[in-house]
Design a protein around this ligand. Sequence first.
Ligand code: SAH
Ligand code: SF4
Ligand code: F3S
Length: 448
Amino acid sequence: MRIYIKTYGCQMNERDSEALAGMLAARGHQLVHSEEEADVLLFNTCSVREQAERKAIGKVGFMKKLKQKNPDLLIGILGCMAQRRGEELFCELPHLDFVLGTGRLHTLPDLLEKLAAERKHVVDVTESSAVLTAMGCHYPAPGSCAAQIAITRGCNRFCAYCIVPYVRGREISRDRADVIREARELADTGIREILLLGQNVAAYGLGGNIQPPPPDVSPFADLLEELAQIDGIQRIRFTSPYVSYFNDRLIQAIAATPKVCRNIHLPLQSGSNRILQAMNRQYTAESYLETVEKLQTAMPGITFSTDIIVGFPGEEDSDFNATRELMERVGFDNAFIFKYSPRPGTRAATWEDRVPQSVKEERNQLLLEDLAARTRRHLRALVGTKQSVLVEGVSKRMQERWSGRTDGNRTVHFLPVDGLKAGDMADVRILRAGNVSLFGEIVRKEGK
Ligand code: SAH
Ligand code: SF4
Ligand code: F3S
């Protein structure tokens, strides 16, 4: 069958879609890039904000036309919104064929074969941990030198605003041996950078316990050290860790392992202790800053990115200003800023005291302006420095240039030199800073 997959939401969802593509290709199916040429349309969905759900519903609604033209077309909704809404999706989208939740994704290839033989509506949102071990397949883009590995699934933290624990189920970690094997196989196929994924990666191997471990215990640190020993893997990134798990063991392990990139995504959500407490985030602005400072002391030059929610119920100007100040103090060089969206079934959704949409917009705008100014400053400060860059290939924006990323996850454009190929590490002198990326020249290439 010719299969088209559209993915909404976070990197976990992208990784799930990639694993599904790998499994389907292994069964002899063909992955296609447009809806028109497909026999099967799959929508891997997200529920984290209302807007994410609305987008997917709109898109699938629009597919009715294709189904009218081709009644044999199979349409499925997968992932987080499938898990949250199940059966009811058929009422809104009568041309839909099946709904497959987050715990049952690995059954997709069998399900498609069954549905091709016998048409009927199927809903499967059973919770299952089998998905964790069954989704190790990869389907790399040609020439790609970076890959993602899911090391945990689900979440046990129940932040008051968040739907993820409801749609992704309980937190479970993969076996260390499985993760290492997957990373070795990727390295053998030419992958140089791995991104470890989980809702709470730094809690890897702790059995879903939401109490952070003692200062000298971190199975996540053990994993990083073991991964760094794999030949061929040059860089290791991870997303998203919860700040409270950065104990001494983890900080020391990262500092002693240069392959772990000196750029950490560390979700803050708010800089106000009152709001953090209402959100059920188990840290304070002070303890967050203390961890950042420990990381900065251990690794001078380390950079941070973050996630922020504006307009959480009860957020006053003073709370917002505390967020703004803390963001400046940490100096985040990148941030994902979200306007609070009440999610049915979460604790915060029952709370009154909603911040008006116009105030959310205004706060969002202010943080974006702060961020743009900080990013420009940060990029300008890199001019004249030499950066280690993982070469990715011809630049998407400028055909005559190539691009790659620095250890700090910044895109750099440069003119290629003889023999340069994707996956090489190169030293690049930064000559100029744009608004979001850098321009430089290669001064040394791997092996020279
Ligand atoms: N597990 C990650 C976050 C996953 S969701 C962590 O804890 O860091 C990604 C981001 O979406 C969150 O960090 C949060 O900033 C945002 N988010 C989650 N629920 C939201 C909601 N109801 N409204 C707005 N933003 C939300
Ligand atoms: Fe959501 Fe909190 Fe879990 Fe992150 S840690 S996925 S924000 S509940
Ligand atoms: Fe969305 Fe599910 Fe990720 S709700 S953010 S796709 S875990």
